[in-house]
Write a protein that binds this ligand. Structure first.
Ligand code: ARG
Length: 576
């Protein structure tokens, strides 16, 4: 149910009837139940435009707006706000109809082809916590977009090329005298460190590493074979992490930097002949006067170094071209840390100048902040090393296991490793997803594993609570449907929140902000807990109609929680 859209449409008509076209229609959710559920805040701006008193304008709009079917009270408040109280009858009907629909009445949006570029680790190293954010935020957005009916093309833009591979391949080649590639590369972090030590200290090794770079770039078959082995094993390591994280990326989604190699010289040539790129001090660059510094010097976007080498930027231009022309995408989302914001702004500008990206294509870099330790510094191991994802997830499982055991000693749940895993992984993912991605966030085991507050265990627990109501009532939740009669305040608040699911998903899809879904689910679960206190279902003195109506509200809540958590890549449980 798109409540915001319905209200916007009604108010647009009302405002137009005052003789104002295309006025903004600002609508927001009310902050307190006394003010109803929604508020129209447009009267103040219109008053200025029409030179009238805001309250008079609000009065005129109130006369004109047609809301009798959905609201049972609208009133003017403060300087000229219009508070809208949704009617219990309408809300009841909507909830009833949502509960009878498999998709909870959420319509399929007009489908777009969306490229989502996420995870994208650098294969020279093992994936570490820095890639956790890109992977899970990206995957949540993918799932929301797919649920809304869009065609999503996952692109794992892995860093599988570059001068670093010279050092790694030289080292690998030496190791192969004694062992197999898979054994040599069993720990990529150690492998990288060992190669780096040799590069920095061993006589002649750096020269060999450079030789390998040249051989790799000139497609020397032996060298390519070695590189392929390295990449293959690296991707396998990433796949293990995706599996543990229950992230929907597969090998088919890998479109690494190397895939664009053949296109890079062609692309530079194209930009040169069309005068978009020029040679400056030996390098090939695009000047961007649109992004000049304070002194008026244009930004310089380098696409080929003076020695002939291509860069990260060149590859990203090629990726734009591929995604627009071959994949026919009309929207791109890229999830990386915030430090790359400038790079993507410039990439977009160059792509548009070159005509690689049509006007209508929306190119959204979705930056995220850093994951910090409790001390507010970048998240590291006690000895200062980067934390491996695999170790982090093992710890999550262990901590969750202990938690369940202390809450419910001796219960079957406390001995079930699957439950510990689901809670542990859910907690780690949710802690990340629930924060506005643009800010840094503090990784703290105790808060993320708490059963109180905006956490995964709280939501998982709310779900199990509803499941246990249905077990007690001996009713099948999945097929629970009945007439819904919203009567008391706790039912009303819960029902309205249930109807806001679609608006929430739409916002998450537009802004690539899963935290909005987390906040929504947390509010929903909290309202359910209040409803559960205030609106008994299984007591003897509750009449059958009321019982059925409340069970339907509960079932819809559970289905909404489950569906929302699924999109966040978090499982629900029957018991905890
Ligand atoms: N490999 C890069 C990194 O780890 C992220 C790549 C993001 N995608 C892109 N098209 N540049 O920072």
């Amino acid at each position: 149910m798109l409540i915001q859209a319905i209200l916007a449409q009604r108010f647009t008509l009302a405002v137009a009837s005052l003789g104002v076209e295309n006025a903004p229609i600002p609508l927001s959710k009310s902050t307190r139940p006394e003010f109803g559920e929604y508020q129209f805040n447009g009267a103040m701006a219109l008053a200025k435009q029409l030179k009238k008193k805001p309250r008079d304008i609000a009065e005129d709009i109130l006369q004109a707006v047609e809301l009798s079917d959905i609201a049972d009270k609208c009133e003017i408040a403060g300087p000229g706000f219009i508070n809208i109280h949704l009617s219990k009858k309408w809300v009841s009907q909507q909830v009833q109809s949502a509960s009878a629909d498999e998709r909870l009445n959420i319509k399929l949006a007009p489908a777009r082809r969306v490229v989502v570029d996420y995870s994208s680790p650098n294969l020279a190293k093992e994936m570490h916590v820095g890639h956790l954010r890109s992977t899970i935020i990206g995957d949540a957005v993918v799932k929301v977009l797919e649920f809304l009916g869009h065609t999503v093309i996952r692109q794992n833009h892995m860093g599988d090329w570059g001068t670093q591979f010279g050092m790694l391949l030289a080292h690998l080649s030496d190791q192969l005298d004694q062992t197999q590639a898979s054994a040599a590369l069993s720990d990529l972090e150690d492998f990288y460190r060992a190669a780096k030590v040799r590069f920095d200290n061993e006589e002649g090794f750096a020269d060999r590493a450079r030789e390998y770079v040249v051989r790799l770039q000139s497609s020397d078959p032996d060298c390519l074979r070695l590189w392929e082995q390295f990449i293959d094993i690296s991707i396998t390591h990433s796949e293990e992490v995706y599996k543990q994280l229950q992230v929907s990326l597969s090998r088919n989604d890998v479109m690494g930097e190397s895939a664009y190699n053949p296109d890079l010289p062609v692309l530079v040539e194209d930009l040169m002949t069309r005068g978009i790129a020029v040679v400056d001090q030996g390098a090939t660059v695009v000047f961007l006067p649109e992004m000049a510094d304070k002194e008026g010097n244009p930004a310089v976007y380098i696409i080929q170094k003076s020695g002939g080498g291509f860069l990260y930027a060149t590859t990203d231009l090629a990726a734009v071209r591929y995604r627009c022309e071959q994949l026919k995408a009309d929207r791109t989302l890229i999830f990386t840390d915030a430090r790359q914001a400038l790079h993507f702004k410039q990439t977009e500008l160059v792509s548009r100048k070159a005509g690689y990206m049509p006007e209508a294509h929306s190119y959204q870099h979705c930056p995220f902040g850093m994951m910090l330790g409790k001390d507010g510094k970048p998240f590291k191991t006690r000895t200062g090393g980067t934390i491996k994802l695999a170790d982090l997830l093992a710890e999550a499982k262990e901590r969750a296991g202990k938690l369940v055991a202390t809450r419910n000693p001796g219960s079957p749940a406390s001995k079930d490793p699957k439950i510990a895993l689901t809670i542990g992984i859910g907690a780690v993912k949710y802690a990340d997803l629930s924060k506005n991605r643009t800010t840094d966030y503090i990784f703290d085991w105790d808060t993320m594993l708490s059963f109180e507050g905006n956490t995964a265990p709280y939501l998982q627990y709310a779900f199990t609570r509803i499941r246990s109501i249905f077990r007690k009532a001996d009713v099948d939740m999945a097929s629970q449907q009945s007439e819904v009669n919203v009567e008391n305040a706790s039912e009303h608040s819960l029902a309205v929140k249930l109807l806001q699911f679609e608006d929430t998903l739409l916002a998450v899809g537009n802004e690539a902000t899963p935290h909005l879904l987390c906040t929504y689910l947390y509010e929903l679960a909290s309202l359910f807990m209040k409803f559960y206190e205030a609106s008994p279902m299984l007591k003897a003195d509750v009449d059958e109609m009321t019982k059925q109506s409340r069970l339907t509200l509960s079932a819809l809540t559970a289905r909404t929680l489950k569906s929302g958590l699924e999109m966040l890549g978090i499982e629900t449980l029957e018991h905890m």
